[in-house]
Ligand binder design. Structure first.
Ligand SMILES: [Zn+2]
Length: 314
């Protein structure tokens, strides 16, 4: 099956360049690829995640670890990783105010621009009204061709049920853009901001924006263990990406969620693309013994399913 995966042309729908958390130091850019981290090594062990995301775990250590990984996310490291893993396309997700779509556009090498799809992000500190949010997204779509929007309630400190978030969903519908929303908590943050990305409360709202497709990053449960969530998502316009979760969580999603609405994401550089592929493979092998079925699921998640987001794959 590894051979089958390595030959397949893949799309990675969750990749970051730049210091998206605002904790790095520009002078410390590292040209080495990141190593396999403890979290990934443990297959996102539930208790380890719980410990790391508890308020007892020092935020400073987490910020340091994030900064170190952020220093390795250079465009040349990304291109090398894509070649090694036969990934033909990645979605680059900026998070304002730390990384903008415009700054990402400047980083891309001319000879392989088609391998990258730049997403839009709203700087809510600057653009806070309905009109501003719409204008900002419209501009990013027309100038850079952004097909979708990255929304990170925790890092951006915007409640997904607030008027600002609703303005973003409205604009997404009007501009025919889709949304990649962080789902779950963000361990290095403190206070209410840390948990804003819990997706359950936003699901009702997404139901009234049927035209806008929403991808819940991390299957809606970053550093959380909420397998019942898959039963709660009745919305047909909601999709899941496989980044930053255990093989057990992906397995659970395969059991009770529409496989046609699951897409591959690595969250590079926070997880290596090769490690994210191994975790997916482990989940699929544990889900079914049938080689035929395994191939079908893997092909859907790694390539076929993302094609519904036409503007982001062509
Ligand atoms: Zn991410």
């Amino acid at each position: 099956m590894r051979e089958f995966i390595s030959r397949l042309q893949k799309i990675d729908t969750h990749v970051h360049l730049g210091d998206i958390c605002g904790v790095g130091h520009p002078s410390k850019i590292n040209t080495k690829q990141s190593k396999k981290n403890l979290l990934v090594q443990s297959d996102y062990n539930h208790w380890l995640c719980k410990f790391i995301s508890s308020n007892f775990f020092p935020s400073s250590i987490l910020k340091q670890a994030i900064a170190q990984l952020s220093h390795t996310n250079t465009i040349s490291n990304l291109v090398e990783s894509m070649k090694k893993n036969n990934i033909s396309k990645v979605w680059l997700l900026p998070i304002e105010p730390f990384v903008s779509s415009y700054s990402l556009a400047k980083l891309l090498p001319q000879d392989c621009v088609n391998s990258f799809v730049i997403f839009a992000s709203v700087n809510f500190l600057k653009d806070s009204t309905r009109l501003d949010i719409h204008r900002s997204l419209n501009e990013q779509k027309s100038k850079l061709g952004c097909p979708g929007i990255k929304f990170h309630p925790n890092i951006q400190n915007v409640d997904p049920t607030s008027p600002k978030a609703i303005a973003l969903y409205e604009a997404a519908e009007e501009l025919d853009m889709f949304i990649v929303m962080h789902g779950g908590i963000t361990p290095f943050l403190r206070g209410p901001q840390k948990k804003l990305g819990r997706v359950r409360k936003a699901l009702d709202i997404f139901r009234s924006f049927k035209k806008a497709k929403v991808i819940l990053a991390h299957m809606g449960q970053y550093f959380e263990h909420d397998r019942d969530l898959f039963f709660t998502i009745k919305n047909k316009n909601v999709y899941l990406d496989t980044s930053g979760v255990s093989s057990g969580t992906i397995h659970a999603a395969l059991q009770c969620f529409d496989v046609n609405r699951i897409i591959f994401g690595s969250d590079w550089p926070f997880s290596r693309q090769s490690d994210a592929l191994s975790i997916l493979l482990k989940a699929v092998i544990s889900y079914t013994n049938s080689i035929e079925k395994q191939r079908e699921i893997i092909e859907k998640i790694l390539s076929r399913n993302a094609k519904i987001f036409q503007a982001a794959v062509n």
